[in-house]
Design a protein around this ligand. Structure first.
Ligand code: UDP
Length: 411
């Protein structure tokens, strides 16, 4: 697959010809549509991960799809991270100064981007949300929010809602996140791209080479969490659970994390963890997709012990590799893991420790759960399903045919 951009047809062996044909058919009516996605980081979180794949897939089915990133000074991103936290339920001091910086930086971005001629604009997450205030629409505008909106801070929501209601549709990850707004809401769970370096098959030597490169010991079972350094991912809780489990089983914990460019809190979280490093607690910060893949494949157990989680792509990524995942019983994780069937859901460090011990001691349980985990992802969490949901949404806009090259009689 090296050097070749993945096409829809490549999925045929995974999802069947019927699904691929159906998607092609749905894309037919959208040929030539000009779509732009706007978010605030190229890498480091699930949103960017998804965009990098789905934007290419849209092009592969004939929709001219672009992806742009907004820019802003550190204080802008510090405010938008506070907004992210507040949308996940934290308090926020929503001062005039904060709102002014937020709105001004987006106004500047709106001047630099020219979205007047696109037929569809998809704005991701709260950072670029006010872009819509600065254009005359030339087609539907969609707000795609990747955040866990179980209990958003009311004050912030009331501030954002009038802007959200200017959009023609809102995409949220789960029905649980539905809000009381006038705009129609649809619900798309994220999905993984099985062909990218992070998820594709790896030979044993390749896995070993990556682990050796970072001096990760493989003499004991590996317990792994791969996550942005963010308090919501509960890295402290993972270490606590690991220390409890270690009283009963020998293992090595690897916490691999990164910092998204739009998340100024990351470095602080990373540094606060470093004093917990020891021989069997490896804490790494590298941007290396092949390492993510190697770790998720070679782990006896993957953890995603989040306290809030919009979806948790890392869960599907590990499950696809046949590795059982112990996940926090929150947000999107609950829709991927069926407790006791293809993984475990937990609500405390003690429970996580107990499940770790159980899985590490029982290879056949790991194998059974891992197989079911892989089957779950194959059935429900591959990118074709996500692409098809987008196509259905695009097709649902009555005016969309104005923008495509389709002959009148086919509209
Ligand atoms: N990720 C990565 N390297 C890291 C940590 C995370 O490549 O060190 C990737 C991870 O593989 C996944 C994405 O970042 O694709 C995180 O998505 P998720 O939905 O799990 O969480 P988010 O960061 O969006 O909250």
């Amino acid at each position: 697959m090296v050097g070749k951009i993945v096409q829809l047809e490549d999925y045929e062996k995974l999802v069947g010809a019927e699904t691929v044909d159906r998607i092609r058919e749905k894309a037919k009516r959208l040929q030539g549509l000009h779509v732009v996605n706007i978010n605030s980081t190229y890498y480091g979180g699930g949103g960017a991960e998804l965009l990098s794949s789905v934007s290419l897939m849209m092009n592969s089915v004939g929709i001219k799809t672009g992806w742009r990133i907004i820019q802003g000074p550190p204080d802008f991103f510090s405010i938008t991270k506070k907004m992210h936290n507040a949308l996940q339920g934290e308090e926020i001091n929503l001062s005039d100064r904060k709102m002014q910086i937020f709105e001004e930086v987006i106004h500047e971005n709106a001047i630099r981007n020219h979205l007047e001629s696109h037929n569809m604009v998809i704005i991701h997450d709260p950072q670029p949300l006010p872009m819509i205030n600065h254009y005359k629409k030339n087609g539907p505008w969609i707000w795609r929010c990747h955040i866990d909106l179980t209990s958003p801070n009311r004050e912030l929501w009331d501030y954002l809602a009038p802007t959200i209601e200017k959009y023609d549709a809102v995409i949220l990850g789960l029905k649980d996140y539905a809000q009381n707004i006038k705009t129609p809401q649809v619900f798309f769970m994220p999905a993984i791209d099985p062909f990218k370096i992070k998820n594709r098959d790896m030979r044993e030597e390749e896995i070993k080479e990556r682990l050796d490169h970072y001096e990760i010991p493989t003499d004991l079972p590996l317990v792994v969490q791969v996550s942005r350094f963010d308090r919501w991912k509960d890295p402290e809780g993972v270490i606590e659970a690991f220390k409890l489990a270690r009283k009963e089983v020998d293992a090595t914990l690897v916490l691999l994390g990164n910092v998204a460019t739009d998340d100024p809190e990351g470095p602080e979280v990373y540094e606060s963890l470093l004093e917990q490093r020891e021989e069997r607690i490896v804490i790494l910060s590298h941007q290396d997709s092949a390492l993510v893949n190697a770790l998720q494949r070679s782990a006896a157990v993957v953890l995603q012990k989040s306290i809030r989680e919009g979806f948790g792509l890392t869960v599907a990524e590990a499950m696809w590799k046949g590795t059982p995942v112990i996940g926090g019983n929150v947000g999107g994780i609950r829709y991927q893991i069926e407790d006791g069937v293809n993984g475990f859901l937990v609500s405390s460090a003690e429970e996580a420790a107990q499940r770790m011990v159980q899985l590490i001691k029982d290879k056949s349980l790991r194998d059974r759960m891992g197989q079911r985990a892989k089957a779950t992802v194959g059935k429900r969490f591959l990118l074709t399903r996500y692409l098809e949901q987008y196509l259905d949404l695009f097709n649902s806009f009555e005016t969309i045919y104005r923008f495509t090259g389709l002959p009148k009689e086919d509209r």
